[in-house]
Design a protein around this ligand. Structure first.
Ligand SMILES: Cc1cc2nc3c(=O)[nH]c(=O)nc-3n(C[C@H](O)[C@H](O)[C@H](O)COP(=O)(O)OP(=O)(O)OC[C@H]3O[C@@H](n4cnc5c(N)ncnc54)[C@H](O)[C@@H]3O)c2cc1C
Length: 295
């Protein structure tokens, strides 16, 4: 099917894009187009105007400062995949990028677009939740920062205002003795997750778990935190027994639906296994994050 006709605007600045959002009634933002173009083609979206943000300069960054890893709204999945900084310090991001879709989609699709799309099967939402990240949005009244925990409402529905443009996704730089990881089960290469688990651990000087954060993919109506498992882990020493119980608690708290790829019980068991694996890798990496420990 061909898309219905629409006009296109290509703003050169964030301000111009926001002003278009405010002045036009029936419009949609286009970033990488990897979700939007299929929606246009199948007429799931029939906007009068498409605001293509790709001509906005300076939004394609992936950089770190003292506080944050900052991912600009036009940074592609492939930019994360190819980043040495990510490979060295952000285990769950390094795990996730090559697991998103296929190389063609990763070359165009953006992390911010995936977060805006709010597909519960999307991988970045759970990683962002596990890192207690934030969404930076620009609207007519200025900038607004939305914690990931407050962002996802329903499948494809978020707390982003209709006149706001996401300009940046950001996560805190790793603490000393922090490690993270992402594990995903998919039917075949390039597929969305049947289940996924992102885990982040911060150990104290004594080697106990000071902070545990876990985000789950594709097993509820949005990406969700596995808070019971997190509570169980905090104060414990990392190890297979404590991770086993955390996996069980994450599975109990998940709420997957049966579909053609597997029934709900199978997916719950997968949440258990994937969470244990993500925790194991996160714990190992927590011992390997040397840079800030030695500062
Ligand atoms: C076959 C296929 C397989 C896929 N597999 C996976 C997968 O395994 N894991 C995964 O996580 N994702 C997967 N995706 C989704 C992929 O990650 C997309 O790139 C992503 O969902 C959308 O990013 P985009 O930049 O292409 O956004 P677009 O398609 O351009 O936009 C998506 C939505 O976000 C809005 N939007 C985009 N940018 C902004 C912004 N800056 N501010 C406000 N709103 C914005 C758009 O208006 C639109 O509603 C898959 C997609 C396809 C087609």
């Amino acid at each position: 099917m061909k898309p219905a006709q629409f006009e296109t605007h290509e703003p050169n600045t964030v301000e111009e894009a926001v002003s278009l959002l405010e002045s036009l009634d029936d419009r949609a933002i286009l970033a990488g187009g990897q979700s939007m173009v299929p929606m246009l083609r199948f007429r799931l979206a029939v906007p009068e105007t498409v605001i293509d943000i790709n001509a906005i300069d300076g939004l394609d960054y992936l950089e770190e400062d003292d506080e944050w890893l900052r991912i600009g709204a036009l940074a592609r999945h492939a930019d994360v995949e190819e980043s040495d900084l990510v490979a060295e310090q952000y285990g769950s991001f390094a795990d996730t990028a090559p697991l998103v879709a296929d190389p063609q989609i990763r070359n165009r699709g953006t992390v911010a677009g995936a977060i805006a799309q709010a597909d519960p099967k999307g991988d970045w939402g759970s990683v962002l939740l596990a890192h207690e990240g934030e969404i930076v949005a620009q609207g007519p009244d200025g900038e607004r920062v939305i914690p990931a925990a407050d962002f996802f409402l329903l499948p494809y529905d978020t707390t982003l205002d209709e006149n706001e443009l996401i300009t940046e996704i950001r996560v805190p730089t790793p603490a000393p003795r922090e490690g993270s990881a992402y594990h995903k089960l998919k039917r075949k290469v390039g597929d969305y997750a049947m289940a996924g688990s992102a885990a982040r651990l911060v150990l104290d000087e004594d080697g106990r778990i000071e902070t545990a954060t876990i985000g789950l993919t594709a097993v509820d109506i949005t990406n969700v935190r596995a808070t019971d498992a997190e509570d169980h882990l905090e104060g414990e020493r990392p190890g297979s027994e404590v991770f086993k119980r955390a996996g069980e608690l994450a599975a109990e708290q998940s709420n997957p639906e049966s579909d053609e790829h597997g029934d709900a019980g199978y997916k719950e068991r997968m949440v258990n296994v994937l969470t244990q694996r993500a925790l194991g890798d996160a714990a190992e990496r927590a011992g390997l994050v040397k840079r800030r420990v030695s500062q």
